[in-house]
Design a binder for this molecule. Structure first.
Ligand SMILES: *Cc1c(COP(=O)(O)O)cnc(C)c1O
Length: 433
């Protein structure tokens, strides 16, 4: 049964007249899946509803933040209660230290944390701090890793070899990215070569410890440990960008799962409970270089916003208090979902490689394996688009891109994942027809 799309279509046309592409973040335009985006009017638990009244089982979860599902009653109560006391003061409120305390308890290396309003601000500020602390200019990032849209981090990856300073966006002068070195993910030799070439000039290595932004790509065994060893040896700061993985893979993030401790951690998404928040933290000896204590300037009118703090505290307390039930259950539920869909694909003769860590995963339409951007980009985005549309028509809402991770929340049930597997079987059948 085709979905009703009339009202969403009208809303999209209206928005397109006033907002570039009709969207405030490009992936929402559904460009790569060649279909019109539903306009969402409501979410509850694992489900969302669009303006035409279609109901969907949601595996996007606002791109990661909603680990507790939509409109969780505890979170809604925390936000409304905070709002009734005023929405912003531009002055300190007690809730900021409450959220900081939970984050510090989750990440042993963090002694101090600064809150901002987005993941982009968090990584941008952490890079500035690392450059100030080390008094060096270069940074290393990895192809396919996304760290927000700050100029220096929007660097496209060259194939295979280290690529220096090629802007990944119009409007970013080469001069602004000339100190950004982009290397292939999961390749320790490439990192060693960069350090040999730029001796004592690399301020920081920034990495998504489990990549979510080229689709889900886990670190090879020993990779994160090798990054830790090289950066420690070279007096370079290691930054784990845990904006997606923090509180997603475990209460202590990817660093707890893999047992590797960075110098700085950037956060976002889940720590805001669905409201706009970012954060960066580390040892006091580094963090105290930030203004007003130190010379690294960073500020924000709405930073530490009381509504965002309240939502974050509500979600993180839930995760902390129930971590022994929540994370194992997410692991089990997601593992079965991902594996069952792979079995359906193989039954239908569709080449599919599944990557998964905890409750984040991607079905890549390739025979795989997918270990870095080069192998991820082998995936057949056209096949994915067909699969995506077939799933959407069966009320399953996946990320509208082959190169994004999907998420399972605590609101998802066994019945939900069974519904998803059945839809996938149907989708693979139509793709083959
Ligand atoms: C989402 C994301 C960001 C950017 O966060 P925004 O809040 O969208 O600015 C940065 N790094 C990673 C790893 C992310 O997943």
């Amino acid at each position: 049964m085709p979905r009703k799309t009339e009202i969403s279509r009208r809303l999209a046309a209206r928005a397109a007249g006033m907002i570039p592409g009709g969207v405030n973040s490009p992936v929402r335009a559904f460009g790569s899946v060649e279909c019109e985006p539903p306009f969402i009017v409501r979410g509850q638990g694992a489900r969302i509803w669009d303006a035409d009244g279609n109901e969907y089982l949601d595996y996007v979860g606002s791109w990661g933040p909603l680990i507790a599902g939509h409109a969780h009653p505890v979170v809604v109560k925390a936000i409304t209660s905070a709002a009734s006391n005023g929405t912003s003061f531009g002055a300190s409120t007690p809730s900021e230290a409450d959220l900081a305390e939970i984050i510090i308890s989750a990440f042993p290396h963090i002694e101090k944390v600064r809150f901002v309003s987005s993941g982009t601000e968090a990584t941008m500020s952490a890079i500035r701090l690392a450059r100030a602390y080390t008094e060096r200019k270069y940074i290393v990032k990895f192809s396919g890793c996304y760290h927000g849209h700050a100029d220096a981090l929007l660097v496209k990856a060259g194939s295979g070899v280290a690529t220096l300073g090629i802007p990944g966006s119009a409007g970013v002068p080469e001069e602004f990215t000339q100190f950004t070195i982009a290397l292939p993910f999961n390749d320790v030799d490439a990192v060693e070569q960069a350090f040999a070439k730029f001796k004592q000039q690399i301020a920081a290595v920034i990495v998504e410890p489990v990549v979510g932004n080229m689709g889900c790509v886990p670190p090879a065994p020993g990779y994160l440990r090798a990054l830790r060893e090289v950066t420690a040896r070279e007096n370079t700061l290691l930054i784990f960008d845990e904006v997606m993985t923090g509180f997603r893979l475990a209460f202590g993030g990817a660093q707890a799962v893999y047992g590797v401790t960075p110098d700085l951690t950037t956060m976002g998404k889940i720590i805001g409970g669905g409201l706009p928040v970012g954060g960066y933290g580390g040892p006091a000896g580094i963090m105290d270089m930030v203004a007003p204590l130190g010379p690294v300037y960073q500020a924000g009118t709405l930073s530490g916003n009381p509504l965002a703090m309240a939502a974050g505290i509500a979600v993180l307390r839930m995760l902390r208090d129930q971590q022994n039930e929540i994370y194992p259950r997410l692991e089990k539920l997601t593992a079965k979902l991902v594996q069952d869909v792979v079995l359906e694909a193989s039954g239908a003769g569709v080449p599919l490689t599944a990557n998964r860590v905890g409750s984040m995963f991607t079905w890549f339409f390739t025979s795989g394996p997918v270990t870095d951007w080069d192998s991820a980009s082998q995936a057949d985005a056209k096949s994915f688009a067909g699969f995506f549309r077939a799933m959407l028509d069966q009320s399953i809402y996946l990320p509208p891109s082959q190169f994004e991770a999907a998420f399972v929340s605590t609101a998802h049930t066994d019945a939900d994942t069974r519904q998803t597997v059945a839809a996938a079987r149907q989708a693979f059948a139509t793709m083959h027809a």
